[in-house]
Design a protein around this ligand. Structure first.
Ligand code: HEM
Length: 365
């Protein structure tokens, strides 16, 4: 009931403010009482006047339940966000979201998906040219794998729920109908909120544990210039991570990951200094949307290579061990260092019995 009254008040305020705005020359003038429209035609005519006045107004007083600086501010003042017209902040945010982030972000993800499908269709899975030796080296320690998989699971939950929240209205709503779609988004929105903190914590552990071997080294530029040899057939030798993986690490995990987490925390209203005002939320939402789309685009490539795109890669992250043949084919300089005794073939402490190790695991150097 009180909601209804609030809605009625809001509509009345808009009408009054609109008529007043049309009558007065001051952009930020407060709403003033106006005569009731005489007919339906007047109402329709006034609608345009009302919204033009809203668009052209500055901060307008009225009812708003928000705390702090925006208490009692019905309509925000004018701004121009990149990609929007100069208009009231809520409308500017709407323009950026609906005219840029949703259509271009969605198109980017579709194009990347298509490019990956084409690549797989033409090239198939990479690698597998050298027969296995049966000698295993440890590629990832249990800590690295635990952090990676916690992060990957959280990422997938966040990505699926985020995609449904952003694009579901256009793609799923017409198919599922309002009730089912409402429940689905309700469940996924809560899943998003639960997975967010898991993603944030595991991301920090991933950054700390994987940073050292992702530092740039001589040869990285050459690897990039040759596209890693991935399109030719003969891979360019690399250390533990190749330059493509390093780009994903610093661009996708470090920069985009931290931007996504920071903007997500602002949206959760848990960052000191941001008090849940509309302006903060709008900016955080645009940053979050843009960074997540870019991050998803990068990680579509990562997930492809880590699953069906490269033979043996997934097993390395699943078990922690790879065959020397795999290491030679994809990270030859890393295997050279292991065989020269510069890097231990077994970095984690083997747990209790040899049962914890796969058969023929190389012993610590
Ligand atoms: C379903 C999702 C994912 C799958 C299937 C997957 C799979 C893999 C695989 C197989 C590897 C080993 C590659 C190698 O041996 O060189 C790997 C490495 C790695 N993954 Fe993932 N991953 C996923 C999601 C993620 C996410 C969400 C992140 C972080 C935001 C991430 C960060 C990393 C990092 C840092 C490495 C080490 C290589 C590097 O530093 O670039 N992964 N992943």
């Amino acid at each position: 009931m009180s909601k209804l009254i609030r809605h009625l008040m809001l509509v009345a305020l808009l009408f009054l403010g609109g008529t007043a705005g049309a009558q007065s020359s001051g952009a930020a003038s407060a709403p003033a009482p106006a005569a009731a429209p005489a007919s339906t035609a007047d109402v329709n005519v006034n609608k345009a006047t009302v919204w033009r006045a809203v668009r052209d107004s500055g901060t307008v007083a009225g009812y708003s339940s928000l705390p702090g600086a925006e208490k009692g501010v019905l309509i925000q003042s004018q701004v121009q966000y990149p990609g929007s017209r100069r208009t009231t902040a809520g409308e500017a945010w709407r323009q950026v979201r609906n005219q840029w982030i949703i259509p271009y972000g969605g198109s980017l993800l579709l194009i990347i998906g298509l490019a990956i499908a084409l690549f797989y269709w033409r090239k198939g899975a990479l690698g597998g040219h050298e027969p296995d030796t049966g000698r295993m080296v440890e590629r990832f320690t249990p800590l690295e794998r635990a952090a990676h998989w916690a992060n990957a699971i959280a990422f997938v939950v966040l990505a699926v729920s985020g995609l449904v929240m952003a694009f579901g209205k256009f793609v799923l709503l017409p198919v599922l109908g309002h009730t089912l779609f409402g429940w689905l988004t309700f469940v996924l929105k809560n899943a998003h909120n639960v997975a967010g903190p898991l993603f944030a914590v595991s991301l920090l552990i991933v950054i700390v544990t994987f940073a050292r071997d992702n530092l740039p080294r001589a040869g990285d530029l050459g690897w990039l210039l040759k596209g890693g040899g991935l399109f030719g057939g003969q891979e360019v030798p690399s250390h533990r991570y190749n330059a493509g993986e390093k780009l994903v690490f610093w661009g996708g995990v470090f920069v985009l990951g931290l931007v996504v987490v920071a903007s997500g925390l602002v949206l959760d209203d848990v960052v000191p200094g941001f008090s849940g005002l509309r302006g903060d939320m709008q900016i955080a939402n645009m940053v979050h949307g843009t960074a997540t789309v870019l991050m998803m685009a990068m990680f579509m490539g990562h997930i492809y290579i880590g699953t069906i795109g490269m033979k043996g890669a997934y097993d390395g992250m699943r078990t922690g061990y790879v065959d020397e043949a795999w290491a030679r084919e994809h990270h030859q300089l890393w295997l050279d260092d292991i065989q020269a005794g510069k890097i231990p073939a077994q970095r984690s402490t083997p747990v209790a019995t040899s049962a914890a190790l796969p058969p023929n695991a190389s012993t610590p150097a």
